[in-house]
Design a protein around this ligand. Sequence first.
Ligand code: NAD
Length: 477
Amino acid sequence: MEIIAEKTIHTRLKQVFEKQKERSLLLRSELLKERISRLKKLETWISLNRERIKKAVNADFRKPLLEVDTSEIYPVLTEIRHTLKHLEEWARPKKIDATLSYIGTYSEIRYEPKGVCLIIAPWNFPFNLCIGPLVSCIAAGNSAIIKPSEMTPSTAQLLKEMMAEIFEEDIVTVMEGGVDVSQALLEFPFDHIFFTGSPAVGKVVMKAASNNLTSITLELGGKSPTIIDASANLRDAAKRIAFGKFFNNGQTCIAPDYILIEESVKQKFIDYLKKEIQLLFGEGHVIDENSPHYARIVNNKHFHRVNDLLKDAVEKGAKPEILGTINDGTNFIAPVILSNVSANAKILEEEIFGPVLPVLTFKNKEEVIRFINNRPKPLALYIFSQKRAFREYILQNTSAGGVCINECVLQFTHPNLPFGGVNNSGIGKSHGYYGFITFSNEKAILRQKNGWAAPYLLHPPYTERMKKIVDVLLKWF
Ligand code: NAD
């Protein structure tokens, strides 16, 4: 039975892949206005179907309806609008100046579509992280197969309907399914794979891509540190961190994973943080299970993963500074702040990806960079400090995909900033212009202008005169 199912998946994928391959050759020579028209269709569909999107995402993990608007729909609409505004300029061939040794030639870069692209998405922003990359993919003139996460089936189903309503199958199509479908897709010789998910699965994707030497973008995760020194505005920091950490129930790739705070201000900061959490998610009261402002953990498997991390930390001596309801039946964990976390607690090893925030302390700045540099390079790093010298010290002595200073998570939505990780937290960049480049082949073109070009001076025969020219070249150019 299983073999038959596998065969059916493969046959179906092959059929779609080949259709897209054929169409992608036609997309190469299309006018830019066709891409613009596709992006506009996407924008219109989203605007007209806002309620459908909100309902689908909310059904998956009770994400508050307004949070679907702000973190799934709005970022995607701004990505589309920003792209529409700049696409002509991005896609225009760029004239490249000839250096002295290239006199007699004309050069330019043309941005050609890569071809058929695969977008594999995670569950934590199930709409945003499928459509965001798709915008850049379409803008660059490609076709796409999207594989949403099986953990958010309601959104995956909506995405399938959405793409069928907007696009022909040979331009964009959605393949629902789990690991089996993902792995079957990875066998095809795509022209680009854009993967968002965990570093562990990122390695699987990279290995599979190497079989076809397919280019990849890996948007991964990890432990994003948040550093607070004694000069920081603690109330302000608490406000921003309470939001950045606990919205989406901590299931955000760039959420602060742990706090490193100067010992002298730890308790004051924790007190502010407790207040801010309750103001945001409990409207000033204890956050109860019916809070409409607070998302849920996506499923019971992840509930247990987070709860086990919490239990392990407490067993090893961590002190819960706040700890509310924990309900296995509804995948509910109210925000948790932990202090005195033991160095061997598992919560300090793996990405938490849930509503638990360890607060660690430091005495000097050298300790901070040692702690961060002993771990894989993070996707995001946050610094709260009023001291420029401290901020610069951290910036210069650590590596991260992106940094926010006296702010939290805002780097994701800035349309003019590249978004992505470094090594373990990702390879390649997305959003706006950087997303367009990711899905384009920057084709270098050199044309000889009028019969003579400087490089001819280096052709044989290798005479004395040429030796002099080479001497000058090596010395000056
Ligand atoms: P995941 O890696 O488990 O799954 C992501 C996708 O890969 C899903 O579509 C899944 O079906 C597929 N997949 C899972 N196992 C696979 C396998 N063995 N072979 C092929 N495909 C497989 O990630 P997740 O749990 O959905 O999402 C959480 C992770 O994603 C976190 O680490 C988080 O930090 C990261 N993330 C990163 C970003 C970013 O932009 N950098 C954004 C969101 C989430």
